[in-house]
Design a binder for this molecule. Structure first.
Ligand code: FMN
Length: 186
């Protein structure tokens, strides 16, 4: 069965990302067309990229890189749950993406974002990054407003209509993840 990671893209103490990702994961877990797993960047505990050889050469030297590569390799697709920091994604998520190359290739991704403008700019940033690691990104995305989907900008209280949007996004993600399977050869 198709395996999809829901990646928590922030590592900050008190982060909103964990509640958002867990809510998305809970909805995803009720589906029967794919298996979902929550992946926390905080647990991956990656330092700033410390590999001497560019990731596209696949010569990983550090134990944390090898562990991260094995984890990402085990998935067919991804839901990136991203904050917006200064109109981009988080440094932690960008760093975690930069660590690898072939483990991302020929897979599909979808985005869940949050911020004052729904995190839209962070997702646009991520779409460009995904193109370079050969990940196909689906159109539907889910955006949460810090003003209307959180209390005091910190307690996640999503509006009811978002659940339908999560499933619409996952419909596209599962379809594209499956369609790219011949290119992955597994
Ligand atoms: C360094 C930093 C930069 C931020 N820049 C933006 C921004 O450009 N646009 C925005 O909408 N929110 C911005 N915010 C607010 C975040 O969207 C908000 O704090 C969100 O909860 C961050 O995600 P996290 O709690 O999972 O870390 C910024 C927050 C931080 C910490």
């Amino acid at each position: 069965m198709i395996k999809i990671a829901v990646i928590i893209g922030s590592t900050r103490p008190g982060r909103n990302g964990e509640a958002v990702a867990k809510w998305v994961f809970d909805i995803a877990s009720r589906r029967t067309d794919a298996q979902f797993e929550l992946v926390d960047l905080k647990e991956a505990n990656l330092p700033l990229l410390d590999e001497p050889v560019p990731p596209s050469r696949g010569q990983y030297s550090q134990p944390h890189t090898k562990a991260w590569a094995a984890k990402i390799d085990s998935f067919d697709g991804f839901v990136f749950v991203t904050p917006e920091y200064n109109h981009g994604t988080s440094a932690a998520l960008k760093n975690a993406i930069d660590y690898l190359y072939k483990e991302w290739n020929n897979k599909a991704a979808a985005f869940v974002s949050y911020g004052s403008a729904g995190g839209a700019r962070a997702v646009e940033h991520l779409r460009l990054v995904m193109a370079e690691v050969q990940v196909a990104t689906v159109r539907n995305q889910v955006m949460f407003s810090l003003f209307t989907d959180f209390e005091n900008f910190s307690t996640f209280k999503p509006a009811a209509h978002h659940e339908k949007s999560v499933n619409a996004m996952l419909d596209q993600l599962v379809a594209w993840t499956g369609a790219l399977q011949p290119l992955r050869g597994k």
